[in-house]
Design a protein. Structure first.
Length: 319
């Protein structure tokens, strides 16, 4: 994860690359990571509220990622709990059950946040930061949700199903209990941030891209759906291609690096697909600024933590 380029006590202003000076509060240390604020241009004066939400989000990320860094010692098959030890194969029933339970509960949590009105979980959470909940932007379609909110819920469900499918069918790596908890909590946290960004009137994508009154739709939402579909398809198909190679009855894939199929395009094409669909979810939640920031953050995180571990793993095998 990249170090923050903005000095402590400064946070980004409205829009990528903008910044503003914010006095440090007594006893308040800002995170070493800073999230640029992609809010609408007419909200630039609301820096104190933006600063509080960004700093809380970043401090939570600090805590979670510090556990990832400590979980797996360097020199083993992986680097950090997020990627685990790829040489540690075998079943792990309890860790797998915990991970699946957390992934199943994630969309339930997102539904509670995205639900409009007094029953929504978003209102009390946003109230802690002085935020204003977004009123229902279009007529409800199903489950009391507008088409835009349903799309975000659908992305959350597909993301959870993809993670469960990978663990059960594709991956042979053990899922220790600590890793299951950390990864499950981190994924739920990242999805919750997206849902809250959408439900906050100051940062919702519908504030900048007003949906059609009759359909509740907007071209930006169409773009987010298309990008999401592309990313999750690339990730899934590439992993299935590699699994087929590894499971070939002839044994030709044993101890070898798979370089066929979509992996001809890039060595880590599956993680590229994951990054794309996560960025698309950010786009659907809070517009191009948040989607672009999500993309850059994931690329930097993968380059820092994922690539060294994966390259070390692959170098022990032959093409």
């Amino acid at each position: 994860m990249p170090r923050c380029s903005v000095p402590r006590g400064q946070v980004s202003g409205s829009g990528i690359g903008a910044s503003s000076d914010i006095p440090r509060r007594r006893g308040h240390a800002y995170s070493k990571y800073t999230i640029p604020w992609p809010g609408p241009q007419n909200l630039r004066g609301n820096h104190e509220k933006q600063n509080l939400i960004c700093s809380v989000t970043c401090r939570a990320t600090d805590r979670i990622m510090s556990h990832f860094e400590k979980e797996v010692p360097k020199g083993r098959g992986g680097r950090g709990a997020l990627h685990g030890d790829r040489n540690d194969k075998g079943p792990s029933p309890l860790g797998t059950a915990i991970f699946i339970a957390l992934r199943v509960l994630d969309p339930v949590l997102q539904y509670g946040i995205l639900l409009p009105g007094t029953a929504s979980l978003a209102a009390p959470i946003l109230g802690l930061f002085g935020g204003t909940p977004l009123p229902l932007e279009a007529a409800p379609l199903v489950l009391g949700l507008s088409p835009w909110r349903l799309t975000l819920l659908g992305m959350s469900i597909l993301g959870s199903l993809k993670g469960i499918f990978y663990l059960i069918y594709v991956s042979e790596t053990k899922m220790p209990i600590a890793t299951a908890l950390l990864v499950g909590v981190f994924k739920a946290f990242s999805t919750t941030v997206n849902s809250l960004m959408f439900c906050a009137a100051a940062t919702s994508a519908t504030t900048s891209y007003v949906p059609d009154k009759s359909t509740g739709w907007h071209p930006v939402l169409s773009a987010a759906c298309a990008i999401f579909t592309l990313g999750i398809t690339v990730e899934t198909v590439s992993e299935l291609q590699r699994r087929s190679f590894k499971k070939d009855p002839s044994g030709r894939g044993q101890g070898k690096v798979y370089t066929g199929g979509l992996f001809r395009i890039a060595r880590h094409i599956n993680y590229g697909g994951y990054t794309v669909w996560k960025a698309a979810a950010g786009l659907a939640a809070s517009g191009w600024g948040w989607g672009g920031l999500t993309l850059l953050w994931l690329l930097a995180e993968f380059r820092r933590r994922g690539v060294p571990a994966l390259d070390a793993y692959c170098e022990k095998r032959v093409c």
